[in-house]
Ligand binder design. Sequence first.
Ligand SMILES: Nc1ncnc2c1ncn2[C@@H]1O[C@H](COP(=O)(O)OP(=O)(O)OP(=O)(O)O)[C@@H](O)[C@H]1O
Length: 921
Amino acid sequence: MPPTFKKPLDYDPGLAQQTLQKSYQNSDAAVEARKRTLLAELGLADEEYELDDEEEEEQYGEGEEGLGEGEENDEEPILTRGHKHTNGTASKAALPSYGYRDLFGKEMEGRRRQMIEVKGYEQYLMDLLNRSGEQLQALRAEKGLMYPGNVEVIPELQHELRMLQEENRNLRSSGARASTDGEASSRGSSNELAQQVSSLQQQLAVRDARLREAEAEAARLKARLAQAADGPSPRGAAPTAPVEELRALEALLAESQAALQAKERELTSVRASKAAAGGSADAVRELTKQRDDAVQAQELLQQQLAHARTDLATAEANFRAQQAAMAAATESEQAKALQKQMWSLTEQHSKKVEELEAELKQKQVMIQQLQATKSDALQAMKEMKGRMAAVKSDAAAAYKTQLMGVQAKLDEIHALREGVLEELVNFQAEIFSEKTITQMSRLVRDKEISRVRSAQSDLRTKMSELDQALKEARDETETVRQQAEQVAKIRELEAQGQIMHFREKWRTEFDKRRKLHNTVLELKGNIRVLCRVRPMLDKERGGMDAAAAAASMPVRCPTEETVRVAAVDNKAEKDFEFDRVLSPDEGQDKLYDEVAALVVSVLDGYNVAIMAYGQTGSGKTFTMEGPEGDPGVNLRALGDLFRLAGERAAEYAFTFSASVLEIYNEQIYDLLMNGAQDGDKLDVKQGPDGMYVPGLKMEEVKDMAEVTAMISRGKSNRSTYATNMNEHSSRSHLVLSVYITAVSKQSGVTLKGKLHLIDLAGSERLSRTGAQGDRLKEAQAINKSLSALGDVIQALQQRNAHIPYRNSKLTRLLEDSLGGNSKCVMIVNVSPATENVSETKCSLEFASRARKVELGKARVNVVSADGASGNGNGVSPSPSRGPASGRATPSGEGSMSRVASREQMTTSTGRRTPGPSGLSR
Ligand SMILES: Nc1ncnc2c1ncn2[C@@H]1O[C@H](COP(=O)(O)OP(=O)(O)OP(=O)(O)O)[C@@H](O)[C@H]1O
């Protein structure tokens, strides 16, 4: 009975068929050889038993049919017709019956076929195992050692196969033995044969059972392989319909095999019963027939199974093809989507390009139009210019011609008038001569009179004509004048463009000049010292005229930077050098010219102090205030500031405010406050914008009128509490302060400048005054503040770490004006009188020392648009705090370099003389 088996993966039917055929051939050859041997042993010629398969089949069929159909042929030997050397009738009767032999041959044939099938099946199994092994190796190589158990299964199967092969060999040998035994038993009884057949069938059953086990194992392996191959794949499951069909067929095959086994068992039992009953050939035949039918049915089933496997292989191939197609379809769909996207992008891009091109074209058209308009405008301008030039030249020519005509007419009229006048004169002469010489006849006289009257009438007519001509000429002149005005207006319009240009240029130049000027001042040093020698007063001349008095003055000004004090009281003549020395004949304007630049820098956000120093009567008040009609620094400075602020009004919004205070006996008085004040109450403090006096009245001023009114109010308040104004003014310091805020209209940046204009108290020495009581107290106070000023100047000069600003109200107030972020001018006023020479020398020495002070580079007080304070050079966040920033590094590089340059300048000119080191007054 052929074993049932399942189609392995990649089953090759061609190879199996080849193997099967080969096995058949080998088996056939072996069986044939055995047959021949048996026939030879039986004494039968080959020819007698020569049957081809077809004949044999036919004979068997007929025989079997015959066995099944007719009872009379029961004993007829099956191989009767094979005896060819005998005729039909004679041989049947003459030859012995060989029925067992035929039966044996048939059995042998059946066994032979089974063996062939088994051998083919073995081969197939080997093939299957080999392929499975290869697939397993490939899978293991691909997946790693995922199914190591398979490796163990294959050797087991191989071992089992070897066992089966061994059994087959045994079967063959037992078959051979059975043949031998059958030969022997052919001489004996059919029972033995039946037993042998039974035994063989049992063995076959055992073998089939094992084969089924092997097949089941192979199926299990195949399933695991299929699982290993399909399981991890995400593409989907293999088609199940052909597999199910295959399984159904296999099940059918198994049933048929079971049925076959049952038939065989039945046959065995029948044979056994036959043996027991003495044999029943009919029953055996019947069973044999049934078995053959079953075998045929099995073969049919196997064919169906093969078909099913083929279908399965086809389905699998289709499935793979479908998977590949699906993958390809997915890829092609993606490609299509991408292509679609690309097309859409390309379309969008093309649209955009088209839009841009259209826009570009529009722009080009616009540019062309604009160019055309521009060229038209240029052409029109050109034409206009030409026409204007023509009009101008025409007008000028016409004006000239008309003027010449008018002039000619006027000349003519003048000539006529001259003629008429001459005639009149002649006529009068004639009249008078007639009166005196002869008596004219009345008639002649009347005639002459009428003639004269006629002439007069003519003259009047001519005069009226001339008046008319003159009027016309005037009208023409007016017309020409109007035309000339029009031409002038046109010229003015033309010039305005140039004016704007020049104004801009001027502004740039102005800014440059201002910056350069500030730089020059900075390079010169921050305390500039000017010396002013006042003229001799009448009372000082001693009866001398101005020229003689000037010639006798002990104080001279040999150069613009030198003042010379003559030798007096056994002291040698001495020269003092200052930044500028103003001689007695130099007026207020010259002095102001020297400080004007510093005054202007207040508008740029600098702190500036201008102080007049000198003994009483030396001209300090004259310099700062000035007499009526000849204003001093104060009013000139304010006038200048208002004027410049007006000029810069386009760029900045300026605010002016001012205060007037007095320091008397070390107390501060607010001169803008009416009535008596307690001077102790006002003190100097340091605020965010620098030094200030809390409670001091600051008034906003908008013009010079307000300033003048404010100053005179201050003076008036001062005089109310000062019993003797002249003496009082000599013993107090007067400070006029101007605070300017400039907000840039462009950037919003605020500049804050402060100007102190100080008329100091008289600087004469205490010993010289001989004061006592209140006078002594006043003198001591003055001495204290001026001494403090001297100490501050000395400390600054020596670049001390500590500057004693707090020693007096004056120095405290000037702290941010004598500091590093300010500009300071000291005007030392001196008297030229001989009796004042000693004090003059003291003042000049004091001023010389002050001139050596280097305050460091001045800084602008800036408040940015967002309110943050700063300064021009970024040194200090609070520029007004002089001591904190300006002198924190008194020996800083900038300061040193400036000193060096100044001293170098002094050496090169050789005119500077170092003053005494002490500052005592
Ligand atoms: N440059 C000058 N030209 C003409 N006169 C002058 C000049 N300087 C001063 N004087 C006159 O000298 C006199 C004294 O001047 P002034 O009062 O200004 O001195 P002072 O230093 O202010 O005195 P005090 O300290 O007492 O105030 C005045 O009569 C003044 O007119």
